[in-house]
Design a protein around this ligand. Sequence first.
Ligand SMILES: [Zn+2]
Length: 278
Amino acid sequence: MIRLWAALVCLVLSLSAANASALSALDIMTFADSFQCQDKFPHHSFCEAVEFKPWTEQEKAVVGAYLAKINDPRLQGILKTIQTGGITKIHRVSHSARWFNNPQFRRVEFVRSAEKAFLWVNPVTNVIGVTDSFFTGTPFMDPYAQVDRKQINILHELLHDFDIATNHAFSMEVFEQAAGWGYNGKEAAIVGVDYEQVKAEFKQVMSLMKEKRVAEAYALDREMGRKYGFPTLYAMTNQFEGFAEVIAYAIFDPTAEQYYSKGLQNYLETVFRATYPL
Ligand SMILES: [Zn+2]
């Protein structure tokens, strides 16, 4: 009996120890107020395109609250990996940017993009930028996850951060198999579904976006994606986006297990087990 008690006390102690050391994304990320561009790299055109600016206290509080809620025990290994080998600074920017090669000056240059992303990870410059749209964009409560989609977006971007830090170790072969990515004779696609139909449906989402019917676009993206066993149609457009979407919704959408395939569910277990404990 004493032994049982000792075991129980041990268990309780180790559980509380685990809780005390549980990381949230707020613990590992820092808010950076400036960024230095160079003649060579990252070229000045990057700073001109995205327009870095200092954070206000209010913006830090808003983004900080979302980061603090990224603290699921299943994410501990992923957060630790970002902490030790990933991008840990978050910058405040006005815009998004695209990069291109300038052969004349033999350097990578950047140009502002019209894209209204809430936030982005630039794998070329290793910068995470939170744009003005994040604060001005239409709020949208996810009907299944019961959180604001901005919450899911932030985790989605951190998963790109993790993916870069691990050199795509979890978004290539294992993920391709689980999600059904393959070559359909024409392009990389999810095999076993009518991929032309999927692309046509995603086009509808994009045209709603263009018409600024953002909430409708998001709802359609979710509804159609779920029918195929994915969180969104967007998750079906490319495997790296799929990787980020599948994990982000597994964390925030408690109904995900109702529509994720067995393959995806096994894949998630593998990723969480492989990353934690490190
Ligand atoms: Zn993405």
